[in-house]
Design a protein. Sequence first.
Lengths: 197, 125
Amino acid sequence: MIYSNLSGNQIFKNKTMKLNKTFQTVCAGSALLVILFVSPAFSQTNPKLSDAEVASVAVVANQIDISYAEIAKKKSKDTEVLKFAQTMINDHNAVIGQAAVLAKKLGVTPKDNAVSQGLLKDAEKTKKALRSKSGNAFNKAYVDNEVAYHKAVIAAVEGLLIPETDNAELKELLQNVVPALKAHLGHAEMLQKNINK
Amino acid sequence: MKIQRVVFKKVVCLLLVLVTLGSCSSPSGETTPAPDIAIEEPKPAMHSVEITQMKFFPAELKVKKGDKVVFVNHDLVTHDVTEETKKTWSSSPLATDQTWVLITTENTNYFCSIHPVMKGKIIVE
């Protein structure tokens, strides 16, 4: 019985380590791709992140899109743009909530780091550019940014994160997020088409 | 007198028979016997449309008039079900695991007004 318990603990430990490693790998990949596509200024770096730092980056990446949407809600008067922005706030908050549940399950506490700070710094530039515009120019800039952002994240999740993931729960979460990202992209492209008419 | 009474009774009986037969005839004059067994109306069927992975499944559903369609949201995010052409009806926002029932009366194209790329169709046969 003692041998059996020890083996069980060892198996649990190994599984936990593997899960944490997978989570770290996936989130590090995610962070890198977000940086490559969304923050070109950081494309030369090769971040090595702990699980806690990766969790921070994942949360920040979602929060950034929410912050863009909050600007849109203040600046835009276009009903369709406002509806889209509210959807981004609601849906990305839902994703953050789900990621938080998984992080808690894995015993990861988000920790501020250079990458998340860098993402925030780049986002500040984008937000400044958005705030400097008004009317239809703002709507166009906001929607164009949303199209580019979602294309980048979809490519990252499908092309690297899902194939790299071993943990079934994590893979499932990523797979569940992709259709939402694609729906957001489709919605943003519909708006883009109308704005450019 | 006796013969007259008998004739009178026969005439009354004949009139009663004619009146009775007349009340059973249709406006066109043809008689239609009352049905022996009441024909039961078919009960409305229940159908299900699952909202999952940002899609309505099945995206196209064939039903009979009066059937019920239950929409169930299995996604993490909130959806709704809205008539697409003129937005004549819409469900309230459906959070995860919430359901909404539509009683079908006519062919309908619908979509999620929160995520307009999500579309579905109900065909009443």
